[in-house]
Design a protein around this ligand. Structure first.
Ligand SMILES: NC(=O)c1ccc[n+]([C@@H]2O[C@H](COP(=O)([O-])OP(=O)(O)OC[C@H]3O[C@@H](n4cnc5c(N)ncnc54)[C@H](O)[C@@H]3O)[C@@H](O)[C@H]2O)c1
Length: 257
């Protein structure tokens, strides 16, 4: 019998999604809004952040675009403060923003290493700290980090900085879950496999890479941003009330071994 409530309901919650301007972040923002959350759509690109918020409004849901570079501590603290000032609470944070430049280690400029680690890992710490303080004081919350199978199981050539950053997100997620459990804050991560987004656009144009991926992925196809977003919605909701410190692989089985 239907309870009249949707699965993984987020009615009345406020969710902040970083890197929500396109790709997986946009799909997560839409999915959390459809679950009933008021969604703050962060991106470094004001145009795409506004577009995502407009898509949510078109569906009759609530959203607010917010431009900030998540690698900038001051900007992150200001963003969290302004969200709490406007909405009164912050219940869900999804650390999704990420970059994936390419370089052999032997030629990699230090600046490329530092920026990748800052956007992909330092930002997860900054946002978790700022939001964690709010969540502790309000009695609980949920943090979901977007890591990658590349950080944990299937390293990528020319992406040593990216793999290191995502391995860091995986480790930080578990340590953060341990510390934040005392404050009723659940912390988990998702590890996507190969997902159809602008980040993978160039590789998807190469027929050899596509053929290799199809061979390597037991389900025989790439994933969609929506398929990652559904798992994030579950983790964000009370359906996952007893789940913390976990990594969910959303990869068609690519990294199961
Ligand atoms: N696409 C994949 O196959 C895949 C696989 C595993 C993990 N991931 C991870 O998923 C997340 C989203 O990836 P995607 O494929 O949607 O990427 P994408 O490049 O399509 O989108 C990333 C978004 O993050 C924003 N962003 C970048 N730097 C930012 C910053 N400093 N502050 C705020 N926003 C910033 C970008 O403007 C963009 O809108 C990333 O963390 C990525 O590493 C992606």
């Amino acid at each position: 019998m239907s309870t009249g409530r949707e699965f993984a309901d987020l009615q009345g919650k406020c969710a902040l999604v970083t890197g929500a301007g396109r790709g997986i972040g946009r799909a997560i923002a839409l999915e959390l809004a459809r679950a009933g959350a008021r969604v703050v759509c962060n991106d470094i690109d004001p145009r795409t952040a506004t577009e995502t918020a407009a898509l949510i409004h078109l569906e009759g849901r609530e959203a607010l675009p917010y431009t900030a570079d998540v690698a900038d501590g001051e900007a992150v603290r200001r963003m969290v403060q302004e969200v709490v000032a406007a909405v009164g609470h912050l219940d869900v944070v999804v650390n999704n923003a990420g970059i994936e430049p390419s370089s052999p280690i032997l030629d990699m400029p230090e600046q490329m290493w530092d920026r990748t680690l800052s956007v992909n890992l330092r930002a997860v710490f900054l946002t978790s700290q700022a939001a964690g303080r709010v969540m502790r004081d309000q009695g609980g919350g949920v943090i979901i980090n977007v890591a990658s199978i590349a950080g944990v199981r299937t390293p990528l050539a020319l992406r040593a900085h990216y793999c290191a950053s995502k391995a860091g997100v995986y480790g930080f997620t578990k340590a953060c879950a341990l510390e934040f459990a005392a404050y009723n804050i659940r912390v988990n991560c998702v590890c996507p496999g190969v997902i159809v987004t602008p980040m993978t656009a160039r590789a998807r144009r190469d027929p050899d890479i596509m053929a290799r991926w199809q061979r390597e992925i037991p389900l025989g196809r790439l994933g969609t941003p929506e398929e990652v977003a559904k798992v994030v919605r579950f983790l964000a909701s009370d359906e996952a009330a007893y789940v913390t410190g976990q990594a969910y692989f959303v990869d068609g089985g690519k990294a199961m071994h």
